[in-house]
Every structure is written in structure tokens, then in C-alpha cells.
Design a protein around this ligand. Structure first.
Ligand code: F6R
Length: 606
């Protein structure tokens, strides 16, 4: 996803901007560029591809100057190319912009501008903003930005400079995130804090519908209507130490290994006297009388929602529906005021999840956010927030955030179950004890990577891999399949095991890999039947099963073991071997594991 960095201060801007863009590489991008103000003009350098291509250009033609903006682009309108890369400028070259998100009415704006004789050099929606600024400018960049933003609808962040006002950067946030970093005699702007964490840990958040005027002395924030805003700065807890690879070959592997600690962190301080979330304060009193829970999310977070549904239904007896946020927001859902909506999102910035969450709120639902990012848009939108405390997740493929979401959901389900008189103290105590044991159990799965490396050799040549399971094991299968496809690029499909013979069994042939998750004891016998069916067609069966389960050896060619736990919690452990299987397969295939092709860490466009 696109990244933005801005700088005004005494240092060479090029250096700060390039450094910031490096820090944002993990978000995924396909081109990069800088604009730096110097001697009455603003010079631009940009290049398709990774940052090194831009650096090669900057080596030949450096951009001197002490104020500038930088951008990494992830293509939406127009293919990745030099000319579609940001920054974009108007026809005089005096106004330059970088932009994240989408200007929804850009086609109408573009034809209007073309009708007025403006020539376009790119296919991007961003370029209309540069031309609009030039047209609206009457001596004050902030006013021009305000007027341009009023005309451009959509969810985006815009950062602009003009050669006519050197030393000043103006930024507007229309949903897409933006923060200001405060230094001594220097000020930074960024779409994400890690971009500038090496320079400062003091931040101001720009909220939706606000404009910030940035100079080396700090930032002045006001609303789109011109009302000044007093915003208190805060100190970020994360430093860039914690976002380094710490000796692992990839961020993904590092994050997989952090999971035992993450489980403990998510639980940390949230259980008192055997009671989960005893101290969670709900904004409007305990929602014990809630009639329905809606869980909304995308991707891996959606899979966490599938597990959450079973937890809420079993522990709290609340009917629970899980909906992809991009479907929910357009489905006119029957969400009412006796409902609780749980929006699950690692980043807290996923555009669809935010939109679905807002819709639920408009319909009278209470909104609870389960997210990893403090101060994220989702966290700020919600009535209550449960942070996952998984720490920064850099790898595009989500791992530790998923486990933390499952732990968080279990805590919430226990809390609701207690309020509703559904889960008794003994059951709660047992589950809480089991939750506490999961850190060690996950560490046991991580202890020996050899089985995964060996199996990777068998999966790497496959054209399709099928993942099956029943009940909660089906949710784990979905997450396992997503992990494999996104980082290895091998086609992977998950289905409930019972669905196989309704069509997909036709594809199972000699040597077809079938990964089966076999932890749910009430459905175990049924799963074995499905495994016998695929085995009879020659499938190569890889099973994820409990330690001590001997029956599985009769049908599976390979078994990946996880320690026994409560079936309700088994997805927390089953995820680990599935992540490692995907990781080692992708590694054997030489894939770009932390930044898989076509994907971005945080999907802030619809
Ligand atoms: C998969 C993955 C994505 C995200 C999805 C939602 O590994 O990372 O599927 O889970 O884009 O992102 P968040 O959780 O940030 O809302």
C-alpha cells in the first residue's frame, strides 16, 4: 500500500525521505519518488520498481534542499511506471503532491480540467489534485488544499508543496492515515509512524477531515472548515529496534517465532482471579443483553472471526454472524440496536472493515474493535477497543496478529459468557488455565523446523493443495490455505471436509496434496472418513493432529503434531504448523516472502 513521508528542517531532505521510504517498504509498493524544494523551485525524481532504482537516479542527480515529500506507490489507477509514480505536479511544476487512497470522482474532475485546457501526464487520480491546487491557489497553499479537497471525494491523504512557499508542507487527511512527527527544529510527516521513528518518537495524529500545516517549527492543525484544533502529542512505544528482523531470514519467520510471547502479551493483565477481562469497562454498561453479534473483517482477520463465532456461540450463547466487511457494507444487513459488532483488524486501517464498522454503528449497534494498532482509525471509531498487543507486524502475511486475535476473542467470549450466566466459574477457570499454557505449547511446535523443511520439498512442486477440516478445523484450514497461496503462489483451496464429495473430489488424483486439520474431537471420526476417501484416490495426506493421536497415522502420509489443548482453543496451535509449512515452501521456491507480489500490508483502499 502507498506510503508517505515528509520533512522540513535542517537536514538534507533527500536523506530523510529515502530513509523513511525504506522503513515503509514492508507495506509493499511498485514505484517510489521524491520532491525537494530548493532555490525557488521543486525538483522531482521518481522511478518504477524498488527503491534502489530511485536511489540510482538520485546518485546521478541528487535533490538538494531541506524540505520535501516522498512516496511509495502501490498502483490503483494506472500501471506501475515512471510517469505514474508520485510525486505529481501541475503543468507549471510549481505545485507537487503525493497521495494515498483514491479520489473517487477523478474521472469527472479530469475531464473538467482537460476541458479547461489542462494537459495530463499520467493515468493517476492523484494528478488531478496537483492541477486543482494550481487552479485554486491564490497565495496560500493551505487554502488551495482546502478548496481542492472539497472538490475531490473519496478516502485519501494528500500532502502538497509549492515552490512559492518553500519550507511549508500542507497535508489533508480524508480517512487515509497521516501523522506528524515532532523534532527539535524539524518536523516530519508520515502515513505510518515507523517511517520516522529513527528521528522522533513524539507524534500528533491528524484526524479525518483535518488539514495540517507543517513547518520546521511544528504543525498547525485545523478542520476543513478552518476551526483550529488543539491536539496533544504522544510518545510512541515502538522503536525501530522492534521492527528489525532480529536475526531471522524474514520478518514472517521472526513474527511466527514471536507467537509464544504474543499469546502471553495478549493475555497479560487481563485475567484477575480466574476471570477474563474483569476490568474491561464498557462505555455503556455491560452488553449482557446483546441479542446478536456481528463479526466483520477481511482476510486473515475474517478467519479469526470464524473462530470467534464458535467461541461466542459456545461460551456466551449469543447467535453470531461473521461477514466479510466488503460484503457486509453493501448488503443492507439487519443490524439492530441490540447487537454488538466486533470489527477485527490488525492494522485498524482496512478501508472495508472501517466502512462496515461505521455502517453497523449507524444502525445502532455497539462497536467493539479488536485491533493491533493503537490510535488506528478503527480504534478511534469504536465504542470500546480490545488491543491485541501483538507488536508491529511487518510481514505482509499476517501470523502473530492472527493468534493474538483468537486469544482476544476468547477473552471477550468468556467475559460475555460470564455476564450472561452461560459459562460457569469452573469452565472459565479451566479455559483460562489452558489459555495460559498455550505460550509453552506454541513454543514446542516451533522447536523443530525440520519436518516443515522436509515437507516443503514435497509441496513446492504442487500446482494445487487442498486444505480440509470440520468445524473449527475448517477455519484453521482456511487460514492455512491463505498463508500458502499468498506467499508461495501455489493454488490452495480450503473446504469443509464434508464438502469434498460434492465436487472437489473430482480433482484429487495420484499425489494431490491434501492438508487436513484434525483436532476437533467431536468431528474426528467424520474427518477420518474424508481422509480415507482422498487416500483411496491417491492423495498425499498431510495432517495437523494432536500429540499422541495414533489413529491419524493410519491415514496420513505425514503428521505435524501440536500439543493437546481444549478443542475450542486448538486453532491457536494449529495455525503455527500451517504457517511454517507455507513459509518453508515459499522459501524453497525463492519467493519474496515478506512482500509477496500484488499484495500490500494494509489495504486502505476499497
Ligand atoms: C493475510 C493478510 C490479509 C489481512 C487483511 C486484513 O495474511 O494479512 O488477508 O488479514 O488484509 O487486514 P487487517 O487485519 O489489517 O484489517
Amino acid at each position: 500500500m502507498c506510503g508517505i513521508v515528509g520533512y522540513v528542517g535542517p537536514r538534507p531532505a533527500q536523506e530523510v525521505l529515502v530513509h523513511g521510504l525504506r522503513r515503509l517498504e514492508y507495506r509493499g509498493y511498485d514505484s517510489a519518488g521524491l520532491a525537494v524544494a530548493h532555490n525557488g523551485s521543486v525538483a522531482i525524481s521518481k522511478a518504477e520498481g524498488k527503491l534502489d532504482r530511485l536511489l540510482a537516479r538520485l546518485e546521478e542527480a541528487p535533490l538538494p534542499g531541506r524540505a520535501g515529500i516522498g512516496h511509495t506507490r502501490w498502483a490503483t489507477h494506472g500501471a506501475p511506471s515512471d510517469r505514474n509514480a508520485h510525486p505529481h505536479s501541475d503543468n507549471t511544476g510549481d505545485f507537487v503532491v503525493v497521495h494515498n487512497g483514491i479520489v473517487e470522482n477523478f474521472r469527472a474532475l479530469r475531464s473538467e480540467l482537460e476541458g479547461a485546457g489542462v494537459g495530463f501526464r499520467s493515468e493517476t487520480d492523484t494528478e488531478v489534485l496537483a492541477h486543482l491546487l494550481a487552479l485554486e491557489y491564490e497565495g496560500d497553499l493551505k487554502e488551495a488544499v482546502r478548496r481542492a479537497v472539497r472538490r475531490a471525494s473519496g478516502a485519501y491523504a494528500l500532502v502538497a508543496m509549492t515552490s512559492r512557499e518553500p519550507g511549508r508542507i500542507v497535508a489533508a487527511r480524508m480517512i487515509s492515515p497521516l501523522v506528524v512527527g515532532l523534532g527539535e527544529g524539524e518536523t516530519f510527516l508520515a502515513s505510518d509512524m515507523p517511517a520516522v521513528l529513527d528521528y522522533t518518537r513524539e507524534f500528533l495524529i491528524i484526524e479525518d477531515g483535518e488539514i495540517a500545516e507543517v513547518t520546521r517549527d511544528g504543525a498547525r492543525i485545523e478542520t476543513l472548515e478552518g476551526r483550529p484544533v488543539e491536539r496533544r502529542s504522544f510518545t510512541a512505544e515502538w522503536d525501530n529496534e522492534s521492527v528489525q528482523k532480529a536475526g531471522f531470514a524474514h520478518f514472517m519467520l521472526k513474527e511466527i517465532h514471536e507467537q509464544p510471547e504474543v499469546i502471553a502479551r495478549t493475555l497479560g493483565g487481563r485475567i484477575h482471579g480466574g476471570k477474563a477481562l474483569a476490568d474491561l469497562s464498557w462505555a455503556e454498561g455491560d452488553p449482557a443483553d446483546v441479542q446478536k453479534i456481528w463479526i466483520t473483517a477481511c482476510g486473515t482477520a475474517y478467519h479469526a472471526g470464524l473462530v470467534g463465532r464458535t467461541m461466542f456461540e459456545r461460551l456466551a450463547a449469543v447467535p453470531t454472524e461473521v461477514a466479510y466487511a466488503h460484503e457486509l457494507r453493501y448488503s443492507n444487513p439487519l443490524i439492530g440496536d441490540r447487537s454488538l459488532t466486533l470489527a477485527v483488524s490488525q492494522s485498524g486501517e482496512t478501508a472495508d472493515t472501517l466502512a462496515a464498522a461505521k455502517l453497523a454503528r449507524r444502525r445502532g449497534s455497539r462497536l467493539l474493535a479488536l485491533t493491533n494498532v493503537v490510535g488506528s482509525s478503527l480504534a478511534r471509531e469504536a465504542d470500546e477497543v480490545l488491543y491485541t498487543w501483538a507488536g508491529p507486524e511487518i510481514s505482509v502475511a499476517s501470523t502473530k496478529a492472527y493468534l493474538a486475535m483468537l486469544v482476544g476473542e476468547c477473552l471477550l467470549a468468556l467475559r460475555l459468557g460470564r455476564s450472561r450466566g452461560v459459562t460457569g466459574p469452573d469452565q472459565e477457570r479451566k479455559l483460562v488455565e489452558e489459555l495460559h499454557s498455550l505460550s509453552d505449547k506454541a513454543a514446542r511446535v516451533l522447536a523443530d523446523q525440520d519436518p516443515f523443511r522436509l515437507l516443503a520439498g514435497e509441496l513446492a512442486g504442487a500446482s494445487s493443495v487442498y486444505y480440509i477440516g470440520r468445524g473449527l478445523d475448517y477455519a484453521s484450514a482456511m487460514e492455512g490455505a491463505l498463508k500458502l497461496k499468498e506467499i508461495s503462489y501455489i493454488h490452495a483451496e480450503a473446504m469443509p471436509a464434508g464438502e469434498l464429495k460434492h465436487g472437489t473430489l473430482a480433482l484429487v488424483d495420484e499425489g494431490t496434496p491434501v492438508v487436513a486439520v484434525a483436532t476437533q474431537q467431536n468431528l474426528y471420526g467424520k474427518l477420518l472418513l474424508s481422509l480415507q476417501e482422498v487416500k483411496a484416490r491417491g492423495a498425499m495426506v498431510i495432517a495437523v493432529a494432536y500429540e499422541g493421536d495414533e489413529e491419524i497415522d493410519l491415514v496420513a502420509d505425514r503428521v505435524l503434531r501440536v500439543p493437546r489443548t481444549a478443542d475450542l482453543l486448538s486453532p491457536i496451535l494449529a495455525a503455527v504448523p500451517l504457517q511454517l509449512l507455507a513459509y518453508h515452501t515459499a522459501r524453497l521456491l525463492g519467493r519474496d516472502i515478506d512482500q509477496p507480489r500484488n499484495l500490500a500490508k494494509s489495504v486502505t483502499v476499497e
